[in-house]
Design a protein. Structure first.
Length: 556
């Protein structure tokens, strides 16, 4: 993400573009023309976030204690302390130092503030006018604390000294890694040969001041780290001599830049670009800017979050769509493969079927029989016992042909009698209720004819009677009722004929009703004749269709 660091020092602003590396700055003076140019610059690039890094002489550092409280109470205590310490606390903050080890164990804080906010006012006004997302206002001494970790400084009393292009000599003192005080001294001549002795004299003044505050040890040295250009490093090397109280460490700017992660050669003779890089790489929380000045940065972050969520949602939708497309292609290929397999097996089936002998029954009739048998098997009711008895009885009766068979499993012997009146039905139900509830009957109505038939009804009647006797002789048939004969010989029947000797080839039909006692079977339903959707008519039609051939003689 590209950003900008506005480095503001005495009387000028340097705008450093950052896009992974810190680029060369655009400089604007704090006069009417400079502010006008700065406004035009912001108008061209209003959406890039900005960070302000201040390096002012007018910055105070004070240390004090506050009660050890949390939340809103702590905020109120700290804000009250800032208002009491500084005349104008518009740009002020507090940093935790440590907790006291005795007494009330209060928290020790470092309070810092820009005591002349008017130095920032024209720049902030232009930034706010063009709605630039301002992340915060940061203090150069507070940012410089990150150098200690990058330079791996382990000494307990450390001063970091840097020379800025604005003519300022920044001296920042750290005790046990915690910032205690910082001061900016203005130099008139920045040439290395003139600046070197001034630097050393300023360090001596700072050492005496720290001694007066009792921040230096009695027997320990003060370690001074100079961030300097090669020329200034050479000048200091001949002048800075270590003493028991002071140790000097001369660090070239290029070496420091390499240690903090700057990948290109360091182009400047001054140190502010180092601090700009530290702020751009790992920006801390806003230090000085009030909330009203960072509101556009909050909106900027919210907009980026929404954009990110939208992109993620779009990617998820595209991923889901791609997944569905791939599944659709795979499903289509699977469908084509299954179609090819179906055609292949269908062709093989037709070839195998063409080589088989013709069957006397149509395939659909056989299918209906199989389905009927499957349905009967589901409900543990089977007509095979009755069919077996019927088949045994038909042995020796080659001229008898079965045309139709109705079958039902019931507790009533006469359940097949469709012509009985309702009174008789109620009587049978009452009588059946008195019977053993476990007794069941397989009932069948057999329709057949005699073939060949030459018109001899006497012989036909005799053949049907013998067939009836054969059924009774098996022992398992409990009742055989002749419902119709080839010739109706009842008292109400009318007989007619002539003397001509003409052969009757119409065939003699008959109908018998059988009742076979079964034991130990439990049907699925107690309703007589019910077979869960397979009615006697369906079974009869299926069996009749399957046996239509006809099948003379015994049923196989």
């Amino acid at each position: 993400m590209s950003k900008r660091i506005f480095y503001i020092s005495r009387g000028r602003l340097a705008a450093y573009p950052v896009d992974g590396q810190v680029r060369d700055p655009l400089e604007f003076n704090a006069d009417e023309e400079g502010l006008r140019n700065f406004s035009r610059y912001l108008d061209q690039f209003p959406r890039e976030p900005a960070y302000i890094l201040v390096d002012f002489v007018e910055e105070e550092f004070r240390e004090d204690t506050v009660p050890h409280v949390f939340g809103r109470d702590r905020q109120a205590v700290v804000q009250n302390k800032l208002n009491r310490m500084f005349r104008d606390a518009s740009y002020a903050t507090a940093m935790f130092q440590e907790r006291e080890r005795s007494g009330r164990r209060d928290d020790r804080l470092l309070f810092t503030a820009l005591i002349r906010p008017e130095l920032l006012a024209p720049w902030i006004s232009a930034i706010d006018k063009y709605k630039v997302p301002l992340a915060g206002v940061y203090s150069l001494p507070l940012v410089s604390g990150a150098l200690l970790k990058r330079l791996k400084v382990t000494a307990s009393h450390v001063v970091i000294v840097s020379l800025q292009s604005s003519g300022g000599l920044r001296q920042t003192f750290f005790l046990e890694g915690r910032l205690k005080i910082s001061r900016l001294a203005l130099l008139g001549d920045l040439r290395p040969e003139r600046a070197a002795p001034v630097l050393l004299s300023e360090i001596e003044r700072l050492r005496r001041y720290l001694n007066s505050l009792r921040l230096l040890p009695l027997n320990g040295p003060l370690d001074v780290y100079f961030l300097c250009s090669p020329r200034l490093q050479a000048e200091l090397a001949g002048r800075a001599h270590d003493t028991p109280n002071t140790r000097h460490h001369l660090l070239a700017l290029e070496e420091v830049a390499r240690r903090i992660g700057m990948r290109k050669d360091y182009p400047d003779a001054f140190a502010e670009r180092l601090f700009v890089h530290l702020l751009a790489r790992t920006p801390p929380q806003n230090q000085y800017a009030p909330k009203r000045q960072t509101r556009y940065f909050s909106l900027y972050n919210a907009r980026r979050t929404m954009y990110g969520a939208s992109v993620l949602g779009l990617m998820a939708l595209l991923g889901g769509s791609g997944y569905n497309v791939v599944n659709g292609i795979n499903a289509r290929e699977d469908g084509r493969t299954e179609d090819r397999q179906a055609r292949f097996y269908e062709e093989r089936y037709e070839r195998a079927r063409s080589g088989l002998p013709e069957t006397p029954a149509d395939s659909r009739d056989m299918q209906r029989v199989v389905e009927a048998v499957d349905e009967l098997q589901r409900f543990r009711q089977s007509p095979f016992d009755l069919l077996g008895v019927l088949s045994d009885a038909m042995s020796g009766f080659d001229r008898i042909v079965i045309d139709e068979l109705e079958w039902v499993n019931s507790a009533e012997v006469d359940a097949l009698d469709r012509n009985a009146s309702s009174n008789r039905d109620r009587g049978r139900r009452d009588a059946a209720a008195e019977q053993d509830a476990t007794q069941r009957y397989q009932l069948a109505r057999v329709h057949g004819h005699i073939e060949p038939f030459a018109g001899d009804y006497r012989e036909a009647l005799e053949l049907v009677k013998r067939f009836e006797a054969s059924l009774r002789a098996g022992g398992r048939i409990v009742d055989v009722t002749v419902e119709s004969l080839p010739l109706d010989i009842g008292s109400a029947a009318r007989l007619s004929g002539d003397t001509e000797q003409v052969a009757n080839t119409a065939g003699a039909t008959f109908a018998l009703r059988l009742a076979l006692r079964t034991a130990g079977e439990t049907p699925a339903e107690s309703t007589p004749g019910a077979t869960s959707g397979v009615t006697p008519e369906v079974i009869s039609e299926a069996l009749a269709g399957a046996m239509a051939g006809p099948f003379p003689g015994a049923i196989p």
